[in-house]
Design a protein. Structure first.
Ligand code: FES
Ligand code: FES
Lengths: 160, 776
């Protein structure tokens, strides 16, 4: 079957097997920036934004992307032109193996879009679906706080 | 304390950005499964549903009849070479007890047959169509039962053997036996004013790297086998796969790309042999990846261990004796079964000055999933029993636990007889502690935690709060066994390529090693381009284990960079006419007296294009003769809910002496990651089985690892010391802190409610049962 959707801002029309999951389809089409850690919706490595909301792509049918806007980490930035969250992740040392990182950053992006100056509890809540075995979450949380402060300072909002 | 040759550090000691971090944060295709060749085929394994059985027959006809199924390999089709999967140095101190595929299975999840098909979903379907006939045998799951006469013999194959001369008796399910005796524990006991005694159980759990094991193997145009694999030990993979396939080492190239975490489970050669076999047979790229269930059940786990402890001290707080008896469960194969056992003593007992020590350990085969290397490596199991015992001794003596540790811990200039008595598969080496920041760890940790202040709201409805502390040690590399090497070459823009065999498994070792080279050569890290872990292109290194990379490989890099600096001086002397002993290294250049600067660009251009052309390149190797321990003190506050039995860790402080931290942010990251991994294991994780030995919690929904919601406030303190045998004074940092959470929680819970948690994990059910006994 055919699906039409927006991927990282571009219109796409893909032929997919009915019943195929979105993670498989994305990776088979070269979007290996979406990682696979469990296939059961429990690790968050495969997180994408669906109309701005973080979802595990491994438990989503590809057909559910029809008409939606899907954002992967590649939609945020790359090594040469990083998003402020990617920049902060690197600066504070929140990237260790980096396997969880794309998914975590997307969860963080959705959070900051909703709550520009999140509390520690809001941050923990937003990352609760993303497992990381390397960092102990300390530095990813720090990276989100740093990004929030920076983005708010840019906007002239005072640091709460 | 600075290094005398490097009084001012410009790069080392700074939290420079991890060299691979931007690509990783962008999701770049840097992991094994991210770039699949067009004609790739997929492998999946038929796994045993029985804990112990003989294979009577395998009927693959239905699977083979499926369109797109290319091959089904059974024990009849593959080379039969007995080996160990443990990726250790040669000869490995682990029993040779494994075949690529065997006619016997020894745990639920053991390999039976490999299927290859053109599609990753199809191959999983085909696996289900392979019919296997078994003769089911009696199984045994408890290591104490397995060692009793009459227990089912798990390795009855006559070929099973130990490649080194140590005790090994598979007919009794005995995979290893270790003994170390110092002084006389009975005399020590007679001398003691107080004696404590107890059993501890350290359970079985799994590393759970977010990227499961994965490997891609393909034949190159000339028939060599290329293996791109998520491994901690590329050079051991090359050697071990060559032996298993019966082909020369030169026919194999192993490439380690970025890997999604290891923690020890990827120090195991699990997929590469059979994927490589299939790639050569089919002449196509073969991808073999574990799914999460397979990772949990059929990769490697922590060794579960029973430890009986007896220890005594005198009224004045001095120690009298310690008697430690460990029974370890290695599961169906003996990977790391000897060395984890000996490290249970050797990475814990030297921490305190015991005049009399007895350490006895047995490792038993059982029909459970296989244990292997896991961050902490015996130090975790032994540390739990030892630190809870120290807490009990301190309480019995009425001495504050911090003070009790201060009175008894090892200090600079001191040694422990255990260093010599317990090695890794052979006798250990005597060593004196050159650097020990434990007092400072205790000072700073206690201060940051507020150890001397009362705990706020100790009693709060059903909640009881308490505090606990522990001290810890580990090692840095395996003395006289491990070797790391590095090469460094100069380019004409004044940059350097650093080639290392060392293996970055997400830890940041590429960055740390680049920093070491950059420091020696007076250039920013950006001018050192690191390439690591490719057996065709980089020099040898044992790989990422035993907390060795910074300490061991870091020294190889430092030596190579210093050789390069000397070569640069030679050329600069020739170009400037100023003698070598008057030359000084400055930023990216050589200061040649009043002749001005000779830049590295100039030297690079001259040597590559101008005159007496040559590639400036330097290589160095390093071995170590000791394994300097990092030290650490951990403090935690817990809240115990006496109605539900739930333990919440509220605050955690880890103060760590890792020598000079080469990159403080990355060192902190190692500590934080290890602490959370340890908390997760102590409180939540456990592999659970039904009565037939089949794993019950097979996914991350039922096998919970810690996420952000349970996270305590964690404070990390780096306590700088200078280890004279390490690069710029560095020791290791990656493993030590996983040993803290289990005993620190046990101690803090005792402080809160007076129950001693001896059996991990500390589930609400166990806590409640003990609370009820206590009258709560
Ligand atoms: S791969 Fe989708 S949540 Fe783990
Ligand atoms: S950085 Fe490795 S899993 Fe998060």
């Amino acid at each position: 079957m055919k699906i039409t959707f927006k991927l990282n801002g571009r219109d796409e029309e893909w032929e997919v097997e009915p019943g195929a999951n979105l993670l498989d389809v994305l990776r088979e089409n070269g979007h290996t920036e979406v990682k696979r850690g469990c296939d059961t919706g429990d690790c968050g490595a495969c997180t994408v934004l669906v109309d701005g909301v973080p979802r595990s792509s491994c438990t989503m049918m590809a057909g559910q992307a029809q008409g939606r806007e899907i954002t992967t980490i590649a939609g945020l930035g790359d090594a040469l032109d990083p998003h402020p969250l990617q920049q902060a992740w690197v600066e504070v040392g929140a990237v260790q193996c980096g396997f969880c990182t794309p998914g975590m950053i997307l969860s963080a992006k959705a959070l900051l879009d909703e709550a520009p100056m999140p509390t520690e509890d809001q941050i923990k809540d937003a990352l609760s679906g993303n497992l990381c075995r390397c960092t102990g979450y300390v530095k990813p949380i720090e990276a989100i706080k740093l990004t929030a402060t920076r983005l708010n300072n840019d906007k002239g909002v005072t640091d709460a | 304390m600075p290094d005398k040759d490097y009084p001012k550090l410009g790069v080392v000691g700074h939290s420079v950005k991890k060299v691979d971090a931007f690509g990783l944060a962008a999701g770049a295709p840097v992991f094994v499964a991210d770039e699949i060749p067009r004609d790739c085929v997929y492998m999946a394994m038929v796994f045993s549903p029985h804990a112990h059985a003989r294979i009577l027959g395998i009927d693959a006809s239905e699977a083979l009849a499926m369109d797109g199924v290319l091959a089904v390999y059974t024990h009849k089709d593959v080379p039969r070479v007995i080996h160990t999967t443990a990726g250790q140095g040669y000869p490995e101190p682990s029993p040779y007890d494994t075949y690529m595929l065997d006619d016997k299975v020894r745990f639920v999840g053991d390999r039976v047959a490999a299927v290859v098909a053109t599609d990753r979903h199809l191959v999983r379907e085909a696996v289900k169509r392979v019919k296997v006939e078994y003769e089911v045998l009696d199984a045994v799951f408890d290591p104490r039962e397995a060692l009793k006469p009459g227990a089912p013999v798990i390795h009855d194959e006559p070929q099973a053997r130990m490649p080194i001369p140590v005790t090994y008796d598979p007919k009794r399910n005995l995979a290893a036996h270790v003994e170390a005796i110092v002084g006389d524990v009975d005399a020590g006991e007679r001398d003691a004013d107080v004696v404590v005694e107890g059993y501890f159980y350290h359970h079985q759990y799994q590393h759970s790297p977010i990227e499961p094991h994965v490997c891609l193997a393909w034949p190159d145009p000339n028939g060599r086998l290329i293996i791109k694999t998520s491994t901690q030990v590329p050079f051991h993979v090359r050697r071990i796969v060559a032996a298993r396939l019966g082909i020369p080492i030169r026919q194999i190239r192993v490439i380690k790309p970025r890997i999604g975490g290891g923690f020890g489970t990827k120090q195991e050669v699990l997929l590469e042999d059979i994927a490589g076999f299939a790639a050569l047979q089919l002449k196509r790229p073969v991808l073999f990846e574990y799914n999460r269930t397979e990772e949990l059940r059929s990769s490697r786990t922590r060794h579960a261990m029973y430890i009986r402890m007896r220890a005594g001290a005198k009224q004045d707080g001095s120690l009298s004796f310690i008697d430690m008896h460990a029974v370890m469960n290695t599961g169906a194969y003996g990977s790391h079964g000897l060395t984890v056992l000996s490290n249970t003593g050797s990475k814990t007992l030297p921490l305190y000055r015991w005049p009399n020590i007895r350490f006895i350990g047995d490792t038993a085969y059982t029909n459970l999933p296989v244990a292997g290397a896991y961050r902490g490596y015996g130090g975790t199991q032994g540390g739990f029993a030892l630190e809870a015992t120290m807490d009990e001794l301190a309480r019995k003596l009425g001495i504050d636990p911090v003070k009790f540790r201060r009175m008894n811990h090892i200090r600079e200039g001191q040694t422990s007889p255990i260093f010599e008595a317990l090695g890794e598969g052979k006798a250990g080496v005597p060593q004196t502690v050159n650097s020990c920041g434990l007092d400072a760890c205790l000072d700073k940790g206690a201060d940051a935690f507020g150890w001397d202040r009362p705990i706020p709201k100790r009693v709060d409805g059903p909640i009881r709060r308490g505090k606990g502390m522990v001290t810890l040690m580990q090692g840095s590399a395996i003395p006289d066994i491990d070797m790391g090497a590095a090469s460094i070459k100069l380019n004409e823009d004044g940059s350097f390529n650093l080639l290392v065999g060392a293996t970055d498994l997400g830890t940041g070792s590429d960055t740390v090693l680049a920093q070491i080279a950059a420091e020696v050569l007076h250039v920013p890290v950006e001018k050192v381009i690191v390439y690591s872990s490719d057996t065709d292109l980089t020099p040898f290194d044992v790989g990422a284990y035993a907390s060795s990379t910074t300490y061991l490989s870091g020294m190889a890099v430092k030596k190579a960079a210093e050789k390069m600096r000397d070569r640069i001086f030679d050329v600069a002397a020739r170009l400037s006419g100023v003698p070598v002993d008057e030359l000084v290294l400055t930023d990216g250049a050589v200061q040649a007296g009043d002749k001005g600067l000779v830049t590295f660009e100039r030297i690079g251009l001259s040597t590559l294009y101008e005159k007496d052309q040559q590639q400036l390149i330097a290589t160095a190797s390093h071995i170590v003769h000791q394994s300097p321990p990092p030290f650490s003190a951990h403090f935690a506050q817990v809240a115990v809910d006496t109605e539900t039995g739930i333990i919440k860790v509220e605050r955690y402080v880890a103060a760590v002496d890792c020598g000079q931290a080469i990159n403080p942010a990355l060192a902190e990251g190692q500590i934080e990651g290890a602490v959370v991994n340890g908390l997760s294991a102590a409180l939540y994780e456990e592999l659970r089985y039904n009565e037939k030995g089949a794993l019950k919690n097979k996914d991350f929904d039922t096998y919970k690892i810690m996420g952000t919601m349970d996270l305590p406030r964690i404070r990390t303190i780096l306590v700088p010391t200078h280890e004279p045998t390490g690069p710029f004074g560095a020791k290791s940092v990656s493993e030590i802190c996983i040993n803290g959470p289990m005993p620190v929680i046990s101690n803090a819970v005792y402080d809160a409610v007076g129950i001693r948690l001896r059996e991990a994990p500390f589930t609400p059910e166990k806590v409640l049962a003990l609370l009820r006994d206590k009258g709560y």
